[in-house]
Ligand binder design. Structure first.
Ligand SMILES: NC(=O)c1ccc[n+]([C@@H]2O[C@H](COP(=O)([O-])OP(=O)(O)OC[C@H]3O[C@@H](n4cnc5c(N)ncnc54)[C@H](OP(=O)(O)O)[C@@H]3O)[C@@H](O)[C@H]2O)c1
Length: 298
């Protein structure tokens, strides 16, 4: 079951901090305001989504930020406005609810804003084995992690193709490159889906001005493991397995601009993904059978 965040657990989390890049002057940012492209980022209230907001803002984009909690998005929007003159639309929504994508895009449409970039990032981990969770929990998980990114992409892609300009990041996971684990049953499956989905879209959009990339982080410091209550188990993993949300976002943004269909950030994660791809399926599965419990708590 999803656990609520506490301020104590948040304190242990390395949340996105200010980037090191030099801010643009207010005057310069203002003069570009009218022509700025706009990126819609889901799960922008924390972690990788918030860090990607910094990346897009630094690159001169305006933003539409969505997640359930409004307050952290308002704070983020203020920081980005002060730093880069970024204009942000704040659109609180629960993406595990049917109709949320239509509602978000309708609210943007009402404001006369069009979507040039999309980051499908919102997500969480559902602990336990398949039968430990009620069907409704799995259903909500699939709506959030699989249906919402697919639907949101379908709703904005035609406009991007017509205007011959668009950027899409699907935040998948290293887990999508590995065999299924015992526990977190649907997580690897939906992340594999996002990888294949991004590869297909990347091919379909070749030469059309729309770049599509699946970003596949490994263990990343964010609120993710506080939310699903696995922070204790995660602390046992060695430091080399972890990246900051800022490192992941920076690397993912560069990969998107290079139109890399699938990007695994970080040397250690790349090695793990390559090893998983090179090993015979039975060997990879046996390794997962032996190691699942180290990083997937029931
Ligand atoms: N952290 C890792 O180790 C790791 C590794 C690989 C991949 N990822 C992926 O990275 C993505 C971002 O995770 P993160 O690590 O940045 O975790 P995080 O810090 O917990 O951020 C998750 C974001 O998703 C939003 N969200 C969760 N449920 C939502 C819902 N029902 N409707 C709308 N928004 C929702 C949260 O906002 P609200 O709570 O305000 O709604 C938050 O903004 C996820 O897709 C995750 O699977 C994470």
């Amino acid at each position: 079951m999803t656990k609520k965040r506490t301020s104590a657990s948040k304190a242990k989390t390395k949340a996105p901090t200010k980037p090191k890049a030099k801010p643009k002057t207010k005057a310069r940012a203002k003069s570009k305001a009218k022509s700025k492209p706009l990126c819609l980022i889901t799960g922008a209230s924390a972690g990788i989504g918030a860090a990607l907001a910094w990346e897009f803002a630094r690159a001169g984009w305006d933003l539409a930020l969505t997640a359930r909690r409004e307050e952290p998005m308002l704070e983020l929007a203020k920081e980005l406005k002060d730093e880069f003159g970024t204009k942000s639309h704040i659109l609180p929504a629960d993406l595990s609810k049917p109709g949320a994508c239509t509602d978000i895009l309708a609210r943007l449409d009402k404001k006369g804003a069009r979507v040039d970039g999309l980051v499908n990032n919102a997500g969480h981990g559902l602990t336990g084995q398949f039968l430990d969770n009620e069907w409704q929990a799995h259903k909500d998980f699939l709506t959030l992690m699989l249906e919402a990114p697919t639907e949101m992409t379908h709703m904005v892609l035609a406009g991007m193709q017509r205007r011959k300009f668009g950027r899409i990041i699907n935040v998948a996971s290293l887990a999508g490159h590995l065999p299924g684990s015992r526990g977190h049953t649907l997580y690897g499956a939906v992340k594999s889906y996002l990888i294949k989905f991004s590869q297909s879209l990347n091919l379909e959009m070749q030469g059309k001005g729309v770049k599509v990339s699946a970003l596949c982080p490994g263990f990343t410091y964010s609120e993710f493991h506080d939310v699903n209550g696995t922070r204790g188990a995660m602390k046992k993993l060695p430091d080399w397995m972890w990246m900051s949300a800022e490192e992941v976002a920076e690397s993912g943004f560069v990969a998107l601009e290079r139109n890399k269909a699938v990007h695994v950030p970080g040397r250690a994660n790349k090695l793990i993904a390559a090893a998983a791809g090179a090993l015979p399926d039975q060997t990879a599965l046996a390794l997962m059978r032996r190691n699942s419990d180290k990083f997937r708590t029931d």
